[in-house]
Design a protein around this ligand. Structure first.
Ligand code: WTA
Length: 676
């Protein structure tokens, strides 16, 4: 089956809806057959698992929904509290407070706690750099580094509640910086190292950050990403409130040091001691802001707070990944995304696990890098994205075949629907047919995994995230909020609050309400923005976003964000952006562009526009297709008819209702305009 995924040139792939992009398995005959296959957890796996049977899961899930306060109060005993909470959950829709009256510190929970006993010499982080060097950091070493860097933050003026931007390569110091912020109560906002100067500037302005922690450069496919230079450019016009930049020396590339503003990480560390008691935080004190794309032009700062987030991270990591003391757990996400926050840093460390961290690209220097790492470090759990799996399929089975992958016992995926063919390949070629796969559905906003198999309990079917996690009341509803029957497609909502839910959109309470709570305001449901159906076993099949958000290689991208980047170019009058099927990335970016008078529509300009978008947002937003057109299809009220554009971008014949279209000729001209 995997052979079906042999790559076609990107352009051809865009013309035919690719099998890989089809979220609904029924679109594809073979997928449909795969869907009928059920994989039961093996007896051996179930016997040693935290949750050993479907009945055990169901009983606990029912209990968690019947008495959520009791359930979560029980789970919260697994955290280290400085002061016990008074109430578990106060719910005044759409505002929740969890564990009010309680006090704790996230860094103390993730690090210091494990230093009290024999785990102090256990590896917390095993890191491999892209050029090949490795480092192992024990819990007691991590404690020392975090405490010292917390003192560095203080020395440089950071206080409780201050916002600190972290723009780093995937090196242990990124986690150390996050934990150091948590230790003193500063609020971090990690900016993915693949984002541009403009993105850093936007986030610094929106969050009101006063400090940036960065590195000179980071490695990516052998080249050096000029991180510090990007920070310099972001701060060039002086519009942000950033007063201090702390620079870690990673790539030894030449950089500019701005006297009075920039300091070196290693020099600062010489001035401080490892004595920095963790600051007691209120349960609802902000822990971090993470920007993510929405359906309008500006990314929104999703706010997570202290106790509820940590609890969600800890409990899901333990149960979903069935963590055992001797696991070597590898989550391949970058710290710049929510998966990197919850499942590379906070969740595993809160459980005292050993985390593997790899800095670079999966195909550097050759396409077997992941498999080499697994064999070398004895990785037991691998958590990655469907887009990576599809790329591995394309690169060929000879690469994993070169390495001993027998240490693996559990596999996971996240970020987008996994097509059943990719699931089967992952199961057979990587998991040797013996490892359960957890397909985990969740969002930046949910903070932690929401719909997922539990590996010793839930029979899996390729392509479905299966059943809700404890305490999660997920449902598929129609526009009126009524729950739908088996196999009826509708909107995915969550009907009850959960500890790790977002607490707001930074600086924009209106957007928080409108975006998530207006669709079903009467019922008080959280609207996810995703479409889904449940099958006859109650399993959730996520079909993807139903708003103007794309999912490109598992990363969220607002169509409006790309549109505003395009129209900021001097040649562009108007732009409309839609998703197009892409065999590897799941979705690609297709842009329809009208130019200002006198501008020449040619290949050269297309390339310039692609580069421009990359500079404004980052390389992930680079359009795969750009089509110049003299007009966009609009309704009489002026709304762009995206449905038509999507069909054109997918190379399909335009069908369905076009009666509201203002000018039918536009359509004919658009279809004629090629992406050449
Ligand atoms: C999609 C990533 C299907 C979904 C953790 C969601 C998924 C968006 C899955 C959130 C999955 C994530 N199956 N779709 N297992 N996991 N998604 O905020 O559309 O980057 O709304 O969080 O990714 O993306 P985000």
């Amino acid at each position: 089956m995997a052979k079906k995924l042999t790559p076609k040139p990107a352009k051809k792939a865009a013309k035919k809806p690719a099998a890989a992009a089809a979220a609904k398995p029924s679109d594809h005959i073979e997928s449909h057959l795969v869907e009928k296959r059920v994989f039961k957890p093996s007896r051996a796996f179930a016997k040693q698992a935290h949750v050993p049977s479907l009945d055990a899961y169901r009983d606990e899930w029912k209990r968690s929904l019947r008495s959520p306060d009791k359930f979560w109060a029980g789970e919260a005993k697994g955290l280290l509290w400085r002061k016990k909470w008074k109430t578990v959950c106060e719910w005044k829709p759409p505002f929740a407070k969890w564990f009010s009256g309680g006090r704790l510190n996230v860094a103390e929970n993730c690090v210091d706690r494990h230093c009290a006993g024999p785990d102090k010499n256990k590896a917390a982080i095993i890191w491999e750099g892209e050029p090949g060097e490795t480092r192992t950091i024990t819990y007691s070493q991590l404690r020392r580094e975090v405490a010292k860097f917390a003192n560095v933050l203080k020395r440089n003026g950071a206080k409780k509640g201050d916002r600190v931007l972290i723009y780093m390569p995937l090196i242990p110091e990124a986690a150390i910086a996050m934990l150091a912020c948590a230790r003193i109560g500063a609020v971090h906002s990690v900016v993915f190292g693949g984002f541009s100067s403009e993105s850093i500037k936007d986030r610094a302005l929106d969050s009101g950050a006063t400090m940036i922690v960065t590195a000179d450069g980071g490695y990516r496919r052998g080249a050096i990403v000029p991180l510090k230079q990007n920070v310099d450019n972001a701060l060039k016009d002086g519009s942000t409130g950033v007063k201090r930049v702390i620079v870690f020396r990673r790539a030894h590339n030449e950089i500019h040091i701005e006297e009075g503003r920039d300091v070196w990480w290693h020099r600062e560390m010489d001035y401080v001691t490892p004595d920095c008691p963790p600051a007691e935080q209120e349960s609802e004190d902000p822990l971090f802001i993470l920007y993510t794309s929405g359906s309008t032009g500006k990314p929104k700062g999703i706010l997570h707070t202290t106790a509820g987030y940590l609890l969600g991270a800890q409990v899901t990591t333990r149960n979903v990944f069935d963590l055992r003391p001797d696991d070597v757990y590898w989550c391949t996400a970058d710290v710049g995304w929510i998966t990197g926050h919850t499942y590379l840093v906070y969740g595993p460390l809160a459980n005292g696990a050993t985390v593997l961290m790899y800095e670079g690209a999966p195909n550097w220097p050759e396409p077997d890098r992941f498999w080499r790492i697994i064999a070398q470090h004895g990785v037991t759990i691998l958590y990655t994205a469907p887009t990576a799996i599809r790329a591995f399929i394309k690169w060929g089975n000879e690469w994993p075949a070169k390495h001993d992958l027998s240490s693996l016992r559990l596999l996971g995926t996240v970020g987008e629907p996994i097509n059943p063919e990719a699931w089967m390949w992952y199961h057979q070629v990587i998991g040797g047919g013996r490892c359960p796969i957890v397909d985990t559905w969740w969002q930046t906003e949910t903070g932690a995994i929401m719909i997922t198999p539990l590996p010793g309990a839930t029979p899996t079917k390729p392509g479905t995230a299966t059943l809700p996690f404890y305490g999660v009341d997920a449902a598929i509803v129609d526009d009126a909020g009524r729950e739908l029957g088996a196999n009826e497609g509708g909107k995915l909502v969550v009907r009850k609050p959960w500890p790790s839910m977002l607490r707001g959109v930074w600086g924009d309470p209106k957007r928080y309400k409108e975006q998530y709570w207006t669709e079903y305001s009467k019922q008080g449901f959280y609207f996810t923005g995703d479409g889904a159906r449940r099958d006859e076993d109650g399993y959730f099949w996520i079909t993807g976003r139903i708003d103007d958000v794309l999912n490109v290689a598992g990363h969220r991208l607002g169509t409006a964000e790309v549109e505003s980047a395009l129209v900021s170019h001097e040649a562009v009058a108007e732009a409309a952006v839609v998703g197009c099927p892409d065999e590897i990335k799941g979705q690609g970016v297709a842009a329809f562009v009208t130019l200002k008078g006198g501008m020449k529509a040619d290949k050269d300009l297309k390339e310039k526009l692609r580069r421009h978008v990359s500079e404004m947002i980052g390389p992930i937003a680079k359009p795969d297709q750009i089509r110049f057109t003299d007009a966009l299809p609009k309704t009489r009220s002026g709304k762009i008819m995206r449905r038509l554009l999507k069909q054109i971008a997918a190379g399909q014949t335009v069908s369905g209702d076009t009666t509201t279209l203002e000018d039918l000729n536009v359509l004919a001209r658009l279809q004629a305009a090629d992406d050449e």
